[in-house]
Design a protein around this ligand. Structure first.
Ligand code: MOS
Length: 710
């Protein structure tokens, strides 16, 4: 029988469950005695809740409870868990309103419809206070992040670019963008007595959720059971535990019944984060022959007054190019808005749009091909950390991408390449994203039928984690994939990191690999062979010979211990071909080629799908997505799918994913570096640069809507 090997295009092991509707998502569990909870949003943007009139709601049919700050049980250890709290949003635990749409009450009823109706009857009285939601107006209130270890960065001389013979100095703007995965955020919670609670919740990390809920309610983490087996997309919106999840647990405690809390699509625009509004200034200085003398990257990003959110928008400018001088500055602007969250690519996508656009501007000033400019400033080592790369094949990305997009057909003079009425343009945008690996534990079990089961508390928000793990196990054990099952999304399994930062295959894959090796060693020893013998094992046979009912072991794989010696990144270059109509300003993205150095690719089929999905997100960032605020009221005017535009099928062209597919020798035994974020980083710049090449119009404020081109 053919062995399934790393690299094979294995179909998703859970694909059949998903397409036949048998994959159960958090909102679909049939829990006996289930009740339904609906949040009531604040209608003011800043102030305090004086009183909540709940009489009508309480008397409405089927209502079990109306929870407000005035009757809620307190949550003793309430704290937000990703961004460190400034004040912290503690739903129903105090009466402060920080932003419009913040929940001020929760109605629990016997049906969803009755809860929704009763929620409409809740009336609050407020003491209003002045508020600030306008990002541009409040830029001078930007502060250096107080969180964590953030430091502004200088290498060499500050603003050295100003001394160069050729200078680009520009500002780039990216509006807030919403994750809005298809699956709404849902939490189903039920208590067993006073000290045990179970949740079905949309989560990118069941171990993190377990810790957050345990901390909030002062419970032993062992008594908090988190299930999140299937997640219908998240893009970063469920990296953390949100206040509404705590509220569901709180409500279940109060009504002493299981509670299911589902956010409405509108609430998805206010309660689960977004890519923050960001203004960036880039200064590039170069010699006449295109050698960078200095890079300056300054970024201002929107945050909330109750909690600080930070991301790496400026970091890429510190290491992607070979400039002896580089300096970055980053400030966050606290406003009366919901707190942002990482959104696919996260800050690196924002930063790459600015840096890679500016580099494109420089290439035209120098009359130099944009790829040639990048080659002249290629970083052979990481100048930020003064370390060698663990692996880097970005030149190969340039070469293959240029060939596949048809770069030789690009005109170096903007506005001169036509196909009929349409102007044709080509652009490149590059990116890098840290290749991380975190501690993971996996349990492997061999049963008498020769089947293998592996468990780890990993997550799968869509990329196909279990499929990749099955392939790694199949390859390592020399077994066909259909003999292997991988289970995830359950906090009772051995611990795994949150699915974020493109680190799952590297982290969990290492534990799976190491667990398979440990199992093989044990079986080899039982069979009287050298532990590291590579002869094919008769798995079931060895169990039988030794009259063993099964063999089980738990294996830990540590975080990367080489992180101090090597600089580890995935690298990418995205290429775009666009058609722009000169009269209407309509842009058609005709083709995207994504070339990625992400180390070894485990499953070419699911990895390609992931690259395509990320590029679609990038097309949204470049072309359509923009959450628009009305600063008079502090509310979004387009907080719904009719008015907030995501790309549809007709907007999506042929997207080709190409992998360099060379194993990284340092990061982990399989040699993978990660693709989740890099699939989006670089896309917006590639498109904006292609639009300039087509039209000679430089759009520095996303999204690139037709009005900006005519
Ligand atoms: Mo990713 S933005 O770490 O889900």
């Amino acid at each position: 029988m053919k062995k399934d090997a790393i690299g094979d295009p294995l179909n998703r092991v859970d694909g059949r469950l998903k397409v036949t509707g048998r994959a159960t998502y958090s909102g679909e569990y049939k829990v006996p005695g289930l009740t339904y909870a609906v949040l009531v949003p604040a209608t003011i943007t800043s102030g305090t809740i004086i009183a909540v009139d709940t009489k009508a709601a309480q008397n409405a049919p089927g209502v079990l409870a109306v929870i407000t700050p005035f009757n809620a049980i307190k949550v003793p250890g309430y704290q937000p868990d990703v961004a460190k709290p400034i004040k912290g949003l503690k739903l129903f635990n105090d009466n402060i309103v920080y932003f419009n749409g913040q929940p001020i009450a929760l109605v629990v009823a016997d049906t969803f419809e009755r809860a929704t109706y009763a929620a409409s009857l809740v009336k609050a009285t407020y003491q209003k206070q002045p508020f600030e939601t306008n990002f541009h107006k409040n830029l001078d209130k930007g502060v250096t992040p107080q969180n964590g270890n953030y430091k502004d960065y200088v290498r060499g001389q500050v603003n050295a670019y100003k001394t160069a013979p050729v200078i680009v100095e520009q500002e780039y703007i990216q509006p807030s963008e919403m994750h809005n995965p298809m699956e709404l955020h849902v939490t189903t919670a039920f208590w067993d007595g006073d000290d045990k609670v179970t949740l079905y919740t949309k989560s990118q990390g069941v171990v993190g959720s377990q810790k957050a809920i345990a901390t909030a309610f002062n419970l032993d983490p062992k008594n908090v059971q988190i299930n999140s087996r299937f997640v219908g997309g998240a893009f970063g919106s469920s990296l953390r535990t949100w206040p509404h999840e705590v509220a569901a647990v709180q409500a279940a405690k109060m009504v002493k019944r299981p509670v299911k809390l589902t956010l409405t699509r509108e609430q998805m625009f206010t309660l689960v984060g977004y890519r923050p509004y960001t203004i960036q200034k880039i200064g590039l200085g170069a010699t006449q022959d295109g050698k960078l003398i200095g890079i300056t990257h300054e970024s201002h990003s929107q945050s909330a007054i109750y909690e600080e959110f930070t991301e790496n928008s400026v970091n890429v400018s510190r290491f992607l190019y070979n400039s002896q001088n580089a300096n970055t500055l980053y400030k966050v602007v606290p406003l009366n808005v919901g707190v942002p969250a990482p959104m696919r690519g996260p800050g690196e996508a924002t930063g790459s749009f600015a840096l890679e656009s500016a580099l494109d501007e420089l290439s035209y000033m120098l009359k130099l091909d944009p790829i040639e400019l990048r080659l002249r400033n290629y970083a052979d080592t990481d100048l930020e950390r003064n370390l060698p790369w663990s692996s880097k094949y970005l030149k190969e990305c340039y070469r293959q991408g240029a060939e596949r997009i048809g770069w030789d057909k690009r005109s170096s003079t903007p506005g001169t390449n036509r196909d009929g009425e349409w102007l044709v343009g080509y652009g490149i945008g590059c990116g890098a994203f840290g290749a991380y690996r975190a501690r993971t534990v996996a349990k492997i079990k061999l049963t008498p039928d020769g089947n293998i089961n592996i468990q780890s508390a990993a997550s799968d928000i869509g990329p196909g984690t279990a499929t990749a793990m099955v392939l790694i196990a199949a390859d390592t054990l020399g077994l066909p994939a259909d003999k292997i099952t991988f289970e995830l999304g359950n906090s009772a399994f051995p611990p795994a990191p949150t699915q974020g930062g493109s680190a799952t295959v590297s982290s969990v894959g290492s534990a799976v690999h190491d667990a398979c090796i440990a199992l093989k060693q044990k079986l080899n020893t039982l069979a009287g062979k050298a532990p590291d013998s590579n002869e094919q094992i008769d798995y079931a046979g060895i169990l039988q010979q030794h009259s063993l009912p099964m063999l089980e072991l738990t294996q830990e794989s540590k975080s990367n211990d080489n992180a101090q010696k090597y600089s580890m990144y995935s690298f990418s270059s995205h290429f775009a071909q666009v058609y722009v109509h000169p009269l209407t300003g309509v842009v058609k993205v005709k083709k995207i080629v994504a070339v990625v150095d992400a180390g070894k690719i485990v499953n070419h089929k699911t990895a390609s799908s992931q690259m395509i999905g990320g590029a679609v997100g990038g097309i949204g960032m470049a072309m359509t997505e923009e959450a628009i605020f009305d600063d008079r009221f502090g509310r979004y005017v387009n907080g719904n799918f009719a008015d907030y535009h995501v790309p549809v099928n007709a907007d999506i062209p042929q997207i080709e994913a190409i992998f360099i597919d060379k194993a990284d020798p340092i990061i982990n035994p399989v040699g993978t570096k990660g693709i989740g974020e890099i699939s989006l980083i670089g896309v917006a710049a590639a498109i904006a640069n292609a639009v300039y090449n087509a039209t000679g119009k430089r759009v520095r404020e996303l999204p690139i809507t037709p009005d900006k081109l005519i």
